[in-house]
Design a protein around this ligand. Structure first.
Ligand SMILES: [Zn+2]
Length: 189
């Protein structure tokens, strides 16, 4: 099931997510929903707080832009080692339409539990290393805009607030259309 992605600024995105105690069927449902939501939005990564679930859970699939990659589920991820520095123009599904250069480690080693609760360690470079750091940040209540100057961040915040007002108006309009539609249907009886 595709879930709704929370748009920044929203308080849930500033919370620190809680560790998962057990990888069971209900968690796997969350993982499946997150992957579906990520693919539907054409993203390469998604963190649970972005669908308003404060759990330390990530899905990442950089394969559209990085050869040899596939869907990865990361439960309770820990970045255990980093190496080098690189700059990448990042976007975020919670900050649609925006992209800015962010400096990150070029290579990271991450330890996590997989889809079945089995521990594994992964060496990541290229876009995968960026995605792991970006998504891990979400679990700490940090977004890529927090790596920017306050001026840039405020400009993006204003654009996002405007976007949210537009989305709300659209939603209200759709609802009104539905009510009208329902009434039409009633009177046709
Ligand atoms: Zn993001």
């Amino acid at each position: 099931m595709v879930r709704e992605i929370v748009i920044w600024p929203d308080p849930v995105l500033k919370e620190i997510a809680k560790p998962v105690e057990r990888v069971d069927d209900s968690l796997r449902r969350l993982l499946d929903d997150m992957a579906e939501t990520m693919y539907a939005a054409d993203g390469v990564g998604l963190a649970a707080p972005q669908v308003a679930v404060l759990k330390r859970v990530l899905v990442i699939d950089t394969s559209p832009r990085q050869e040899g990659q596939k869907l990865i589920h990361l439960v309770n991820p820990e970045i255990v080692k980093t190496e080098g520095i690189t700059t990448y123009t990042e976007g975020c599904l919670s900050i649609p339409g925006e992209a800015e250069d962010v400096e990150r480690a070029a290579k990271v080693w991450v330890r996590a539990l997989d889809y079945h609760g089995k521990p594994f360690e992964l060496e990541c470079d290229g876009l995968l290393a960026i995605a792991v750091q970006h998504e891990y940040d979400h679990l700490q209540g940090t977004l890529f805009v927090d790596h920017l100057s306050s001026l840039k961040r405020e400009l993006i915040r204003r654009r996002m607030k405007k976007l949210k007002v537009e989305q709300e108006a659209e939603r209200a309009e759709r609802k009104a259309e539905q009510v009208k539609g329902a009434k039409r249907h009633e009177s046709a009886l």
